[in-house]
Design a binder for this molecule. Structure first.
Ligand SMILES: [Ca+2]
Ligand SMILES: [Ca+2]
Length: 339
């Protein structure tokens, strides 16, 4: 007991020395733009809300993400440094060394006393990435959403998930931008129902895995839970219809798409075709399909070229089991960007 007083004083001193809290954006700062945090190797203190459980992205220790209003960051520590259970939605004050692992900026506490629980405000709403927007350095560590049922914008899986070193990789199209998705095995997420063409509303944390300087690529979205992969299965009305779901006119050169829903009675087959002003069929969006669906048109013709600005006619044809033909049209406009 006689020795406890000086030890306590020393502990307080060390605690105070690292106690000045900075924003997460300051901790991540890269003012010279070399892809490496300027404070690499320094001990810093941040406060942020955990967007997942402390152990979600690790099988051996702590790997999770916290964010404040300025930015997000990975927290990485050995299990011996864990303060106990860390739950999504809790705010913690965290002191640790600023590190980088394959481009991912981390703060790495060295003992359980580097963690101070503050309160439980709940997990912030994901930041909705815009159409055509991918994961980038500015949103690394943040909880993100790609596609949203509220805006009727979805992303489409580009390729079947492939297993690689502790997880599954696949890409999704967000408009015309491919975004890499990394499903870490430690999350327990099952990807067996995800295949090329699956439409999703996706949530995940912005991550990075880039083994080479200048660490400006390899960004990925890291889903946390099964519910972060919400498969979009639209329920289609059985009334014969063609409905525009997004703004018309639209500007494909900005990555905008025109989303449409078509459908009708269950015995119908549907053909959806885009015609130009002179009546040429320039894009075949559906050809004698057995059921209604939603479709995302990128403003391109069948050869992958963006069509000239101007009006086009989208024609829906439905043919029922007796061969009776129904048609309806929508006039849509391919527009130039406003500037
Ligand atoms: Ca730097
Ligand atoms: Ca990074």
């Amino acid at each position: 007991m006689r020795n406890s007083f000086p030890v306590l004083v020393l502990t307080l001193f060390i605690g105070l020395a690292g106690a000045q809290t900075v924003t997460i954006a300051e901790a991540r700062e890269d003012l010279n733009g070399d892809g490496i945090p300027d404070h690499l190797g320094e001990i810093m203190t941040v406060e942020g809300i955990a967007t997942c459980e402390g152990t979600l992205f690790s099988t051996t220790g702590l790997s999770f993400y916290v964010q404040d209003t300025t930015a997000g960051i990975n927290v990485y520590a050995y299990s011996s440094s864990s303060p106990g259970t860390i739950t999504a939605g809790e705010r913690w004050r965290i002191t640790g060394e600023i590190m980088q692992y394959n481009g991912l900026v981390e703060i790495s506490p060295s003992s359980s006393s580097d963690f101070v629980y503050i309160d439980t405000p709940g997990v912030p709403l994901p930041l909705l990435l815009g159409l055509n927007q991918g994961v980038s350095e500015g949103v690394e560590g943040f909880l993100l959403a790609l596609g949203s049922s509220a805006t009727g914008q979805w992303v489409t899986v580009a390729n079947n998930p492939e297993f690689a070193g502790g997880g599954y990789n696949f890409n999704v199209w967000n408009g015309q931008t491919a975004v890499a998705v990394r499903v870490n095995e430690s999350t327990g997420i099952n990807v067996s129902n995800i295949t090329a063409g699956t439409r999703l509303f996706l949530i995940g944390i912005g991550g990075q895995y880039d083994s080479e300087p200048p660490y400006d690529s390899g960004y990925q979205l890291l889903p946390r839970y099964q519910s972060d992969l919400q498969i979009y299965e639209p329920s289609i009305s059985s009334v014969f219809h063609l409905t525009l779901l997004t703004d018309n006119p639209f500007a494909p050169s900005l990555g905008e798409t025109l989303n449409m829903e078509y459908g009708g009675l269950s015995d119908m087959r549907f053909t959806l075709t885009v015609f130009d002003r002179s009546g040429r069929d320039v894009r075949h969006l559906a050809d004698s399909r057995p059921a209604g669906d939603v479709v995302q048109w990128n403003g391109k013709n069948d050869y992958g070229e963006i069509l000239p600005i101007g009006p086009y006619v989208v024609l829906l044809e439905g043919v029922d089991s007796e061969g009776k033909r129904y048609t309806t049209t929508e006039t849509v406009v391919v527009a130039a960007p406003l500037n």
